[in-house]
Design a protein around this ligand. Structure first.
Ligand SMILES: C[S@@+](CC[C@H](N)C(=O)[O-])C[C@H]1O[C@@H](n2cnc3c(N)ncnc32)[C@H](O)[C@@H]1O
Length: 412
């Protein structure tokens, strides 16, 4: 889809056609497309059907808003989930930002959230089609301006005009035109490969009293600029981003984790981790306690597992593995708790015997800190689950005191 087609879809006959389409159904899409071609320009019909399909996919990120938005396939994939975009916007609004420059705005998810909190949006994207899509999505906010330009062509306001200025960058982490094995634009994880570049991001951040950038969850801790905050955010257990914040929008300098779901958000900080920073990892498997805790992945990515160690007065199984043991059962909303039923050095033979003796014929394998192939182990354990009427066991494969261990656990 090119920019001209976006404009056709965003108004008049194109918009009316798009809004008249029934909820997308793959099984009847071809038939519907053929029928529509009898009355409309086939190119417009194809573009409208493609939008309808994207809108159906977009419901997961945008809910009911998807039905009034336009997308590009890459733009949808890279767009911030609306609930996290709202968190970005709240940071800016709480810091007194009134005008937000979104440099690399994509289809405009973050920009919509900024505009929704009454920030004056200045959105820029280097891709003409994407910029037109963002303009269509921001149509409800007449003050919002969308320009097709490269970030380095943008001149931020100077002097007094910067007082309420916020800058937001969500650099592209996809290689345009290069597909991964699922046919989606290939992702890049290195800070060197993002666009706008990490240098540009930091230069823009230095020009505004408040700035933020959405980066990969693989953001290296050592790259965090002094005084800035890096917040790793998860949604329903999946780590979606590491946002770096500068200036007035920093709430806690250093690393933080935000564990988010529709029900609640929990923020974990370095201050909570500090009391357990020096707590040694478990010295041996015999010191393992009854309860095993697994923090949300955002907490692990942020390097804040010691906050869990402190919260449950426990010990991490191995340095950096992210599993914590404690003799007591605590309810920690950002961690899962398991009861340990058995713990042994990792030996497929011994493990297989134990599982058989306890009537298990299927296993769920969780592993961290070990490199072994879970499918190979499943075969070695002969846990096929075929017709024996046995039950399923949950195995945690990890490291204690440098040795590979297997724990049999049950959610507790
Ligand atoms: C990750 S997407 C932004 C997603 C957006 N935050 C959202 O939630 O919809 C990054 C965007 O940056 C644009 N981009 C890449 N390099 C750019 C540059 N140097 N200047 C301006 N835009 C750029 C890409 O075209 C892409 O649309």
């Amino acid at each position: 889809m090119d920019a001209a087609m976006v404009d056709r879809l965003a108004a008049g006959e194109g918009w009316a056609l798009l809004q008249s389409l029934p909820p997308y159904d793959e099984s009847s899409a071809l038939q519907l497309q053929d029928k529509l071609r009898e009355a409309f320009d086939p190119e417009l019909v194809a573009a409208a059907m493609a939008q309808s399909r994207l809108r159906a996919r977009a419901r997961d990120k945008f809910g009911d808003f998807a039905a009034g938005m336009l997308f590009t396939p890459d733009g949808l994939e890279q767009a911030t989930r609306l609930s996290l975009a709202a968190r970005h916007a709240h940071r800016f609004a709480a810091a007194g930002v009134r005008e937000a420059y979104d440099l690399g705005c994509g289809i405009g998810s973050d920009a919509m959230a900024f505009a929704g909190l009454d920030l004056l949006v200045r959105a820029v994207d280097s891709d003409p089609t994407t910029a037109r899509v963002a303009a269509a999505n921001l149509r409800h906010w007449p003050g919002a301006r969308v320009t097709c330009a490269r970030a380095d062509e943008v001149r931020l306001p100077l002097g007094e005009a910067t007082r309420h200025l916020g800058v937001w960058l969500d650099p592209a982490r996809r290689v345009s035109g290069v597909a991964d094995i699922r046919g989606r634009a290939k992702r890049v994880f290195s800070l060197d490969a993002i666009s706008p570049s990490w240098d540009e991001v930091q230069q823009f951040a230095a020009q505004a009293p408040a700035a933020g950038a959405k980066l990969s969850p693989a953001f290296p801790h050592a790259a965090l600029p002094p005084g800035a905050e890096a917040q790793w955010s998860s949604w329903n257990g999946e780590v979606l981003e590491c946002a770096v914040w500068w200036g007035a929008v920093v709430t806690q300098p250093g690393r933080t984790a935000a564990v988010c779901s529709a029900d609640a958000t929990h923020v974990i900080t370095e201050a909570e981790a500090a009391p357990a920073r020096e707590t040694p990892a478990l010295p041996s498997l015999t010191s393992l306690h009854e309860w095993l805790y697994e923090p949300d992945r955002a907490v692990i990515r942020a390097g804040l597992t010691p906050a869990l160690v402190a919260a449950v007065d426990g010990a991490e199984l191995g340095a950096g593995v992210g599993y914590v043991t404690s003799p007591a059962a605590y309810d920690i909303p950002w961690a899962r708790r398991y009861r340990v039923l058995e713990a042994m050095p990792l030996s497929p033979k011994a493990l297989s015997r134990w599982l058989r003796d306890h009537g298990h014929d299927r296993v769920t394998i969780k592993k961290r800190g070990v490199t072994l192939d879970a499918d190979l182990l499943r075969r070695q354990l002969k846990m096929t689950g075929r017709g024996k009427g046995g039950s399923e066991a949950t195995l945690v494969l990890t490291r204690v005191a440098g040795h590979q261990v297997a724990l049999v656990v049950t959610p507790g």
